[in-house]
Design a protein around this ligand. Sequence first.
Ligand code: KG4
Ligand code: ZN
Length: 344
Amino acid sequence: MSLILGIESSCDETAAALVTSDRQILAHKLAGQEAEHAPFGGVVPEIAARAHAEILTPLIAAALAEADKSLDDVDAVAATAGPGLIGGVMVGLVTGKALAMAANKPLIAVNHLEGHALSPRLSNPDLQFPYLLMLVSGGHCQILRVEGVGQYRRLATTIDDAAGEAFDKTAKILGLGYPGGPRVEAFAKQGDPGAVPLPRPLLRSAEPHFSFAGLKSAVVRAHQSGDHQPEDIAASFQQAVVDCLRDRLVKAIKEQAHCAHLVVAGGVAANGPIRAMLEQVADENGMAFTAPPQWLCTDNAAMIAWAGAERFAAGLTDPLDFVARPRWPLDPTADKARGAGVKA
Ligand code: KG4
Ligand code: ZN
């Protein structure tokens, strides 16, 4: 059995965790930065990097104390090395390198997306490769075929905004505040999902990808027109996202993926109607469905430690001069999706 220290700092959560190769989570610590970013209505990269630098070292010490372990007990240090906001990624990776060097332990440079992709195997020991992953977060909207550690086939991605980003922008437009996803969902409960005609970008398109920028623009127009109640706009927006996600997922299942298991990860997995839709699609297609617990779906360090454990077991460690990567696609062979703001 091995013990892995995981470090996460790629967006607005600073996190440290200790996880064993037999799936014991000995400690997981997380410090959000909501208060710092709230006045700006979104994550400010420079503020995020400074906050990570201030909090990360005490957080790692707290995780070790909670697990009653020292650095000497750790078998490897796993740190997110990208993709993400580069200032924050560098804080976490440099800290990981320093600890690895000081304690003479191997470094594992983890792709944040691999953390999300493998996290369901931490919560569900029975989940075998290959499985189909719907990754829906503030930074990513992808469908991946997870074939093994380090082996991913990207079936779809967004050509502009991620699903969570669309929720956050809609919240901003409707004046609901930040973070937007949970607020839009709560507000939508009071509205009529059929009240406002909104587009479903790329619905039934021959290409496999997602697009949410046009939906966001339509939300702006609906709001500015003054013809609609904001709760109806929220409900109609959410329904449009559900419809888009369903359409693209069903296409991927029918045309590309042959997996017995559908898995969801990323912060948007917290959304009730989206989760219900995913369960239904899995059921309709004879697939089992796994959603990790909510805290494991959103950014955290346990998933990074676990990805580290899986890589360590496969003999995959990294040199101390590993360079942080702002973009780092899980599937380097995937075609570039069209669009200017292409996400990794
Ligand atoms: O995975 P995550 O914590 O961070 C990223 O890697 O992006 O996801 C955060 C995203 C945010 O965009 C947030 O608005 C969205 O997940 N989110 C939700 C809900 N809860 C969080 N979106 C829709 N409905 C929710 N209940
Ligand atoms: Zn994430």
